[in-house]
Every structure is written in C-alpha cells, then in structure tokens.
Design a binder for this molecule. Structure first.
Ligand SMILES: Cc1cc2nc3c(=O)[nH]c(=O)nc-3n(C[C@H](O)[C@H](O)[C@H](O)COP(=O)(O)OP(=O)(O)OC[C@H]3O[C@@H](n4cnc5c(N)ncnc54)[C@H](O)[C@@H]3O)c2cc1C
Length: 570
C-alpha cells in the first residue's frame, strides 16, 4: 500500500502550517454553504480537515493505482487508429478511478457537482498525480477548461457543461497553438465566421493539442476580419462533431499516455465564450495561467519521483565495498535535488495561495460588488502578485526538474540510461515542462515586468512585515543579501535604459528573483517545520552564491556577451 500524500511529510506540513484563512473564507463564502451541501465545511478546521481527507484519497489513488500502471502506459502510449485516438489501457482505468472518486470537478463549485477545492489544494493533488504518471496529469489537469467556462461562461453554458465535466463524462482540450503560431499566439489564423443566424463556424488547423480528441474544446480563433493581433481574437466552445478531423498524433519523446493532436476544423459549429475580442487578452491568459501553475505542480511531482528513485537506488547499489550514497559526490547530488524540490514546492504553494486570493476576490466582486469595494486595492495587489509569480514558479520548477532528472540518471550510472528503471521515463517526461504552456523564455517575458516595476520587492516587504523571521538570523541575512543583489541588478538595468540590455539579462534577473523569493519562503517555512531548517540553510547559502554571480554578470563593465553574441553568429 502506497499513499503519495501520507508518505510526503513536506506536503502534509505545508497544509498544516500555511496561512490559508483568507483563501478558505473566500472559497467558502464565509461558510455560507454549510448546511446546504453535504460536505460544505462549517469553519476553518473543518475545511482543512476536508482538504486533508481529499488529498489522502488522491494520494492513495496516485500511489496504489496510477503509479503501478505508469510504466505500461509509457510503453503502450496513446494510439491513433482509423482517425480516432485511443488512450492506453492504464490511462483509461486511471481516469475512471479518478471520476469514481469525484475528483474531476476539483475546483468547481458544488452547485455543478464540483468539490470546491482551492487552487492550493489542486496543486498538491496535481503534484501527486504527476509523481505517479506525468502523462495522466495532462488529462487530469485539463479541468482548467471547465474552470474557464465557470469563470467566463453564461449561466446557461455553465449549467450545460460543468456537471458533465464534474462527473468525468466529458473531457476537455485547449486549442491555441497552430503551425505558424506557437509562442506568438496573437498571430493565429484559424478563422471564426458568424452565420446569419448568429452562430459561429471554425475553419483552420490547430497543432500540438493535448487531448485534442476531447468532447469539449476551447478554441482560440480570429473572429474580427479587420483587426490583426490579439484584439482580433475570441475564444469559442467547440463540442466534438464530424466537422473536426484529427489528422494525426505526435510521436513524442515523453508523456506517451497524453495524446498530442493535430486538428483540422471545417465549418465546425462553435459558440462564443464571453465577449468577442477578449479571447486572447482575457480568457486565454487566464486559462494559460491556470495551466502554467498546473505544469509547475507537474514538474515538482516528477522531480519528487526522480529523487525517490535516486535515493532508493543509491542506498542499495554497492561499489568499492559500500553503498554509493556514502560517496560525497552522490550525497551532494541527492541533497541538491532535495533542497531544490523543497524550495520549488514552497514557491508553488505560495503562488497557488496568491492566485486563490486573487480569484476569490474576483469572484466576490462579481457576487457582492458592495462588499468587494473595500477590497479593491487588495484585488489589484493580488492580481499583480499572481501575474508575476505564476510565470516565475513555472520557469523555476520546469527548469529544475530537468536538472533533477539528469542527476537521478547520473546516480543510476549505466542502468539509468536503460529502460530498466523509471528514471529514464521521468527524464523524458520532464523535458516537456519547460516548453509547453509557454517556454521558459516566454515565462521570463511575462515575469520581468513585475520585477522591474517593484511588485516583487513589495511582496518581500509584506512577507517580512507579516512574519517575524528574526529567530533565524543567519538565513535571514542571506535572504536579505540576495534581495540587495536583485535591487542592484534592477538599478543597473534601469540606468542603462536600453530595452535590448534588459531583454538580454531578463532570464538572469528572473532567476535571481526566483531564488531570492524561495530563500525567504524557506526561512519562513523553517520557523514551523524543523525539517526545513537544514534545507533553508543549504538553499540560502547556494542562493547567495548564484545570485551574486548573476548580479556580477548584469553589473559588469565588460558586457562582451551582450556586445558580441549576435556578431559571433553572423
Ligand atoms: C507535448 C505538447 C503538448 C502541447 N499541448 C498544447 C495544448 O494542449 N494546447 C495548445 O494550444 N498548445 C499545446 N502545445 C504547444 C506548446 O504550447 C508550444 O509548443 C510552445 O508554446 C512553444 O511554441 P512553438 O513550439 O511554436 O515554439 P516557438 O514559438 O517556435 O519557439 C521556438 C524557440 O524560440 C524561442 N522564442 C520564441 N519567441 C521568443 C521570444 N519572444 N523571446 C525569447 N525566445 C523566444 C522559444 O523560447 C523557443 O526556444 C503543446 C506542445 C507540446 C510539444
């Protein structure tokens, strides 16, 4: 028996010690639903207990049911036969099991059959599912489609679609990417034309669509013939029929259980979601930000799996008369992995908490504008935090999981390069996380503004005001040193007043901010969690080193790479 929640003290302790009061009050509308719905909690401890029980179920399914099938799913993969997509047997069984456990409407309101969990708990669940099988997470995580319909759809659309998603009867897909429009989504060309009767039809091709065989897809299309760029784009709900043909599925490096489809739409009837022209700037951005958080959780889950595999192997593999985990170079790799995962997890849950508060305040503004008035400034602040931290955590975790899987293979030596152990699959599965939902380079583009304009430093101020970190003076000093280095780098970039210089150093600055933020978070976590003290000390000392080296690169007189990189390539 294996439970991926109960065997992970780090997740358990986060749930116990995180400050979730605001999140819970907003999500539960101050417990107004207690007595109306069977499982609606009556107070804060009841809500936390509820989260704990749900996570225990997810952990049990992940550990006992999904993980044992992951290897077979990887070998069998999703198949494309006679124009139809077929999931691997293990994927089918796992989806049925998740639906039976009522987990397919994870964040959706109870009135539609959902279980009304906050994003923070959803991130924990995604992490555990991904630890078991990263490819299954792609299908489980597509609950974001229902979430987007819930946020922006009409009452009638919500009633029509959401109960089907919650029961697991309906699966979703998000169809944004096209052959000539990947990172640059505003250049999509799939057309939406309006009929005389007001209905819409879609024509064109979408590429790389995860679960493109879904019953319901959100399709981004160009609806305004005279308007180029993002303003000419709307988002449509498309219910699968004979007007969409799956041309093929991709033969991929990893996540074999997740079908990646190329779709041809031919006069396919669709309905508008929300308002015209807001398809990219509002709805898709919201959808993608939710999915980015999901990918960050996926990355942490895969990293956790790789660490456990590497630790287990290192303990039992004997060379030179002793188990290899006693050799310091191996010990160091394992420690590096563990510290990076704990840091990434802290950043993931903090980001999820910020997003939960932002979304709760948005929902309050819709439901009760009068009560929301006094919280307008808070909504603005949490909107800025979410816009910064979502790409920040996606960038960090998706890069670090690749390093972690690389180290896991290294620790396995030659067997790591074979299919005899799961690390080979984990290494392949990890590789997609820093590509989809926007590559790391695009996360940097999204995050840099929040660092340059001070949102990041504002969040650090609030963290220090709200929490007394002084009982860990050495670690706090290190975290503050990192902050100073970030401030110096921002000042240098501003002084140069050259957008190319900022673009060139943006990745370095985003990495500095991520490490600084995690240094503070680990110091904060270490106040409650003893097992975090060592992690905090190790992480902070490494962060200081790394942050300084990046600051030096940004502030150096000699900018030879900036000056010469382009000339070198001709
Ligand atoms: C397995 C898989 C599943 C996917 N699932 C979905 C899905 O469900 N729905 C969907 O709509 N899409 C999906 N995608 C598409 C995915 O989101 C895109 O592949 C990704 O956003 C990158 O786009 P691209 O492949 O066109 O690369 P490009 O945009 O061509 O980028 C190529 C390189 O150029 C860099 N680059 C581009 N622009 C910039 C810039 N401004 N600054 C710096 N560097 C830049 C990129 O970082 C990258 O290194 C999926 C892709 C894969 C492989």
């Amino acid at each position: 028996m294996s439970n991926f929640y109960l065997d992970n003290p780090d997740i358990l302790h986060h749930l116990q010690h995180m400050d979730l009061e605001q999140v819970i009050r907003l999500k539960e509308q101050d417990f107004a639903q207690h007595g109306v719905y069977a499982h609606a909690p009556q107070d804060l401890p009841d809500a936390l207990d509820n989260y704990h029980r749900v996570l225990e179920i997810v952990g049990q399914i992940a550990g006992d049911f999904v993980a044992p099938r992951a290897d077979a799913v990887d070998r069998e993969g999703a198949r494309f036969e006679d124009g139809a997509v077929h999931y691997a047997q293990g994927t089918k069984e796992a989806l049925e099991r998740l639906a039976q456990a009522d987990l397919m409407g994870f964040t959706l309101p109870r009135e539609y059959g959902g279980i009304n969990m906050p994003k923070t708990v959803y991130s924990m669940a995604i992490e555990m599912i991904s630890r078991a099988d990263a490819s299954l997470m792609n299908l489980f995580g597509l609950q974001e489609i229902a979430d987007t319909i819930c946020k922006f759809g009409s009452r009638e659309q919500k009633e029509r679609y959401l109960p089907r998603f919650c029961s697991g009867e309906t699966s979703g897909a998000m169809a944004l990417t096209e052959p000539d429009a990947g990172s640059d989504l505003q250049s999509i060309s799939l057309r939406a034309d309006q009929n005389e009767d007001g209905g819409w039809v879609l024509n064109g091709v979408k590429r790389f669509i995860t679960n493109g065989c879904a019953d319901v897809s959100l399709v981004m299309a160009r609806s305004e013939p005279g308007i180029s760029g993002g303003r000419g784009v709307s988002l449509f709900i498309y219910e699968r029929d004979e007007h969409m043909r799956i041309r093929r599925i991709e033969d991929k490096l990893g996540i074999h259980g997740s079908p990646t489809c190329e779709l041809q739409f031919q006069d396919a009837p669709a309905e508008l979601l929300g308002e015209r022209k807001k398809g990219l700037v509002k709805y898709t951005m919201s959808l993608m930000n939710g999915a980015r958080l999901g990918v960050a959780a996926q990355a942490v889950g895969v990293a956790e799996a790789a660490l456990r595999e590497a630790k287990g192997y290192a303990r039992q593999r004997v060379q030179f008369g002793q188990s290899i985990d006693r050799f310091l170079p191996v010990t160091e790799m394992l420690a590096e992995m563990q510290v990076s995962i704990q840091a990434g997890r802290s950043l993931l849950y903090e980001t999820s908490r910020l997003v939960d508060i932002k979304e709760g305040l948005e929902e309050l503004a819709e439901r009760d504008p009068e009560q929301a008035k006094s919280r307008k400034d808070a909504l603005k602040r949490y909107t800025r935090y979410s816009a910064l931290f979502t790409p920040l955590v996606k960038a960090y975790t998706s890069e670090v999981v690749n390093d972690i899987c690389d180290m896991a293979i290294q620790i396995h030596g030659g067997t790591g390069y074979t299919k005899d152990f799961p690390v080979e699959r984990l290494y392949r599965d990890a590789r997609i996380t820093n590509i989809y939902e926007g590559t790391t380079q695009l996360q940097v583009v999204a995050a840099i503004g929040g660092i340059m304009t001070g949102t990041f430093f504002d969040w650090l101020d609030v963290l220090e005001q709200d929490t007394d970190l002084s009982s860990l003076p050495a670690q706090l000093e290190g975290a503050r040193e990192c902050r100073k280095a970030c401030e110096a780098a921002v000042a240098q970039i501003k002084e140069r007043a050259d957008s190319r210089f900022q673009e060139f150093h943006a990745r370095r600055l985003v990495d500095m901010a991520a490490e600084t933020g995690m240094a503070y978070l680990l110091v904060r976590d270490a106040l409650h969690l003893d097992h975090k003290r060592d992690a905090a000390e190790l992480f902070v000392s490494r962060a200081v080193r790394r942050v300084h080296s990046r600051r030096e690169a940004i502030c150096a007189q000699n900018q030879v790479w900036f000056d010469k990189a382009q000339t070198l390539l001709g």
